[in-house]
Design a protein around this ligand. Structure first.
Ligand code: ACO
Length: 329
């Protein structure tokens, strides 16, 4: 059996930049606080008339082109997002229409910030068992639409962006060697958008109480993120009989530089430049898009050598988490 590979990558960033200096004018915060607690310097904000489907479409076009395919070659589209254009229809259907991917089925995946790796896992299985030939995965987030810009504990953390990948058996690219996924619903309340679903439909009360904004227990989420990503890495390495030393590049979920540093501790052999942090510094936490952006940048920087292994690890609301090992072929 030929292993599934990522044969095309793409990403999209909105134009508007929101810097820490901009936040200093909006709320009681400082560049020093944000940088020392998170590593974030800037983030991108989508235009008022620019939505998750628009950003996802732009990233997808680039990934399909990079894979040297046409939209009609795509068999199914997965969109990982926690900020869909609508609850229904799916954002995947909206992007399928924009792409004119006439032969593609389409569905959304809700695994919060872990969505890219969850989508990759499904794509790997469906390609390797010959159900589909070419699968387009897209992660796209307009997090600015669910942020309370008066809440300093969450507003400084998040940004908007999209990333995409084409997974196939044919062609050369990043072979998906192993993926591990995990979840635990018992901490669901620690990171949640309380209103807008059937439990708390939009009402005067939900609006008044700001329940359509992200709520997060930052300190607890921090601890769970470190622990779960560490566990995911362990499982993924074990499954492939690899050790930390076999890994050439580490891409943890780009949520917070301190979380990344805590995870990188066990990869003592890796130089700092091989632990990816650029995305969180420049674009903040872009949820499902974050590791996809990092992967696209890393590939296009042309620093990857043949046979080098990349380890992705993710964590998000749910809680969900995961890790993937890719080999550059
Ligand atoms: N500017 C200045 N002060 C602030 C700000 C801000 N933007 N935000 C909070 N503070 C204050 C708090 O009010 C608190 O003040 P107090 O002591 O007077 O009450 C103080 O700073 C310390 O707050 P803590 O919550 O203890 O700060 P902490 O060191 O935990 O850092 C942070 C907060 C950055 C949110 C951290 O907890 C974190 O990164 N958590 C993980 C968040 C995360 O990554 N979530 C996403 C993962 S999953 C996903 O991506 C969806």
């Amino acid at each position: 059996m030929k292993k599934a590979k990522i044969i095309g990558l793409g990403s999209y960033l909105p134009k508007k930049v929101l810097t820490n200096a901009d936040f200093e004018k909006m709320i009681d915060t400082s560049d020093e606080w944000i940088t020392s607690r998170t590593g974030i310097k800037e983030r991108r904000i989508a235009a008022d008339d620019e939505f998750t489907s628009d950003m996802g479409y732009e990233a997808a076009k680039k990934a399909i082109e990079d894979a040297k395919l046409k939209a009609e070659d795509i068999d199914i589209i997965f969109v990982a997002t926690l900020t869909p254009d609508y609850i229904f229809p799916s954002t995947a259907c909206l992007i399928q229409e924009k792409l004119e991917a006439k032969n593609a089925a389409a569905l959304d995946i809700q695994a919060a910030c872990s969505g890219y790796v969850y989508a990759l896992s499904l794509a790997k299985a469906l390609v390797e068992n010959n159900t589909y030939k070419n699968i387009l995965i897209i992660a796209s987030e307009k997090l600015s639409s669910i942020i309370n810009y008066k809440d300093r504990s969450t507003s400084v953390l998040f940004g908007d962006a999209a990333a995409a990948a084409v997974v196939s058996q044919d062609g050369s690219g990043l072979e998906i060697q192993s993926i591990y996924l995990g979840a635990s619903g018992s901490e669901a309340d620690l990171l949640i958008l309380p209103a807008g679903g059937c439990k708390n439909p939009a009402s005067e009360k939900t609006l008044k109480e700001g329940l359509h904004y992200i709520k997060m227990g930052g300190k607890e989420v921090f601890k769970h993120a470190v622990r779960r990503m560490q566990q995911a890495i362990e499982k993924c390495l074990k499954e492939t009989n690899l050790s930390e030393k076999d890994i050439s590049w580490l891409i943890p979920h780009q949520a917070n530089e301190r979380i990344i540093d805590a995870i990188a501790k066990r990869f003592e052999h890796l130089d700092n430049e091989k632990v990816y942090k650029e995305v969180v510094r420049k674009f903040g936490n872009t949820s499902a898009s974050s590791v996809g952006l990092a992967l696209d940048f890393l590939k296009k920087e042309n620093k990857l050598k043949s046979k080098e292994k990349i380890l992705l690890t993710v964590f998000g609301a749910g809680f969900t988490w995961g890790a993937a090992i890719l080999e550059n072929n």
